[in-house]
Design a protein around this ligand. Structure first.
Ligand SMILES: [Zn+2]
Length: 591
């Protein structure tokens, strides 16, 4: 274990040393003892450094800005609960709270567990971020959340059950309200003339117009730097502005926490989001015209114990489809995909985590089909992509009704190919499968970590395994991976990296050391990792019997699927990305 700043363990330890809570020598002794005896650091460090869990909690809160969450008023997201098994949660005393783009925030029952989080992250395949509880009832809440979810996948979460909610099923992503039609989005014009650099301090004296200008400037700056989302995050005394670029968050600016309210309330008013930013989650969108350029953005405001956390999504910018051959598939997978697309019918799922470019892949496929003389329709939640030969229908604010009525009418439109972006609930899943059955080649995006998780995700929503298996022709799964910065590329001699490359005959792995050109991250630019599952008879039978994911994965590998992990390691062998990056974005043990 190294005390580098880029691991949570490294961050905690260097701050502890800085604060005089432990010396470097004590830490080294603790690590050595742990390596020798297999004892956990959380059991060794308090003995050596005389720290209690309470001290550690205070330290984490004050020095590392680890937030405290009031579990009485904040209920964990059902999706987060599903991300970890009840056994893992109980055994490690962690309560999953929410997942944002591959990072799972967990509340620690014992603050000293922070030492184990990195190891646990690797074990569960999620990047875990710590949070603390404001009132210490974590174990109870873990019990409550998991006893419910283990009672049956369709059970509502603990909080919802407690409220006596009549609704039986909580569909996957139900909490992600779809965006309204682009035309229905509030339009706001912003002029940012004469503004240089993002100065959040301006909020202290700003009038309404200046705040609006600042928002426009933040969005413009993020878009021009190629960011996919903007995060406004309250911490203890400051609030921070992050851009997600190439899949990673990087801090852009920060200002006094008190100033955040002006920014958030202005943003909420612009997006016509009602209610208070201090309660629950609010989602909406905004068509922002910044210096005469239109940008459609999604806005999500989530109340946390330190204040409202805002994510502005820039993914919804309208763009031209990319040629299929330029997406980054290896030639053999491209051929397989082309064969699937050439079939007159079938159901192809395009899976990936949030902001993984699923829609781009969908439209590349649709554009290729449209240019081969087929009548192509796309049903989407917002205007996604501009292509003259794709008939794009944007669903309105009542998506279940509009989706279903549109899909029904398509049969009369003599539609050959249907694209759906994205399957969020059972009704849309059912209609898409039905469209596929009625001789339309159907492609649909869905949120899933990898190719084998996608079919079970739909079955979890309530889709009959048999009706999925009848039509399923394949799954494309994708995840973005950062590329090593060419200016600070070095050989990666770490044991983990060398060991990972053994499977490929041991080529030298590389990594980025971090330099000024890459803001010290070691990475610059990104590429997509894919895995392509072609559903043969055996696999379809397994899906129809709702077999566990592991079994489906085995069958997929037998049928020649190259896992994203292996595809990633091949990129490592080419010197394009690092082992650590591949481990970060792919499921462990998936090779
Ligand atoms: Zn660099």
């Amino acid at each position: 274990m190294e005390m580098t700043e880029d691991t949570l363990y490294g961050r905690v330890c260097s701050k502890m040393v800085e604060a005089g809570l432990i010396t470097k020598e004590q830490l080294a002794a603790a690590e050595e003892h742990s390596a020798k005896t297999g004892k956990r650091l959380k059991d060794i460090i308090p003995g050596i450094a005389l720290i209690t869990s309470e001290d550690m909690g205070r330290f984490l809160e004050e020095k590392l800005d680890v937030p405290r969450v009031d579990l009485e008023s904040y209920s964990p997201e059902p999706e987060a609960i599903r991300a970890l098994s009840g056994d893992v949660a109980r055994e490690n005393g962690i309560l999953p709270l929410f997942e944002i783009e591959g990072i799972l925030t967990v509340v620690l029952a014992d603050a000293l567990d922070v030492f184990e989080l990195d190891a646990l992250s690797r074990q569960v395949g999620w990047s875990l971020e710590p949070a603390l509880s404001a009132d210490g009832n974590v174990q109870e809440t873990i019990e409550a959340c998991y006893s419910d979810s283990e009672g049956g996948a369709e059970q509502p979460s603990a909080e919802e059950a407690a409220e006596g909610d009549e609704e039986e099923a909580v569909p996957l992503n139900d909490e992600l309200e779809p965006l309204p039609d682009l035309e229905d989005l509030p339009n706001v014009e912003v002029v940012t003339d004469g503004m240089n650099g993002i100065e959040l301090d301006k909020l202290a004296v700003a009038d309404d117009e200046t705040v609006k200008g600042l928002i426009g400037q933040i969005v413009n700056e993020a878009a021009s730097r190629g960011a996919t989302s903007i995060h406004i995050e309250p911490r203890r005394d400051l609030f921070h502005l992050f851009f997600r670029i190439d899949g990673e968050l990087s801090e852009v600016a920060s200002a006094a926490a008190a100033l955040q309210t002006r920014l958030v309330s202005r943003l909420m008013r612009m997006a016509r989001l009602e209610g208070s930013a201090d309660q629950g989650v609010r989602n909406g969108g905004l068509s922002l015209i910044v210096d005469e350029r239109e940008r459609a953005v999604s806005i999500s405001v989530c109340a946390t114990s330190t204040g409202p956390r805002v994510v502005i999504g820039l993914e919804s910018l309208v763009r031209e489809p990319i040629e299929l051959a330029r997406l980054g598939f290896v030639p053999e997978d491209l051929t397989k995909l082309q064969l699937m697309l050439d079939l007159p019918t079938g159901f192809i799922l395009i899976a990936g985590p949030l902001a993984s470019g699923k829609t781009t892949t969908l439209f590349s496929c649709l554009a290729s089909l449209a240019s081969s003389g087929k009548s192509v329709f796309a049903v989407t939640e917002r205007m996604e992509c501009a292509h003259e030969a794709i008939n794009q229908i944007v669903v309105g604010s009542d998506p279940s009704y509009r989706f279903s009525s549109i899909l029904r009418s398509l049969a009369r439109q003599d539609c050959d190919v249907l694209g759906v972006d994205e399957i969020r609930d059972l009704e849309v899943a059912g209609l898409a499968a039905k469209a596929a059955k009625s001789d339309m080649l159907t492609l649909a995006t869905t949120l899933a970590r990898d190719a084998t998780a996608a079919p079970s995700g739909l079955i979890w929503m309530g889709l009959e395994p048999v009706s999925l298996a009848q039509v399923l022709s394949g799954v494309i799964a994708q995840v973005p991976v950062r590329l090593i910065c060419e200016d600070c590329k070095v050989e990666d001699k770490s044991e983990v990296a060398l060991k990972a490359m053994e499977a490929l005959g041991g080529p030298m792995p590389y990594t980025g050391a971090g330099c000024a050109k890459c803001d010290g991250t070691g990475y610059k630019g990104s590429a997509m990792l894919y895995e392509l599952l072609v559903a043969g008879d055996k696999l379809r039978t397994a899906v129809s019997l709702d077999k566990p994911e592991g079994e489906i994965r085995e069958l997929a590998k037998e049928s020649g699927m190259t896992s994203m992990r292996l595809a990633g390691l091949r990129r490592v062998a080419e010197g394009l990305t690092s082992v650590a990056e591949v481990r970060r974005v792919t499921r462990l043990g998936g090779a």
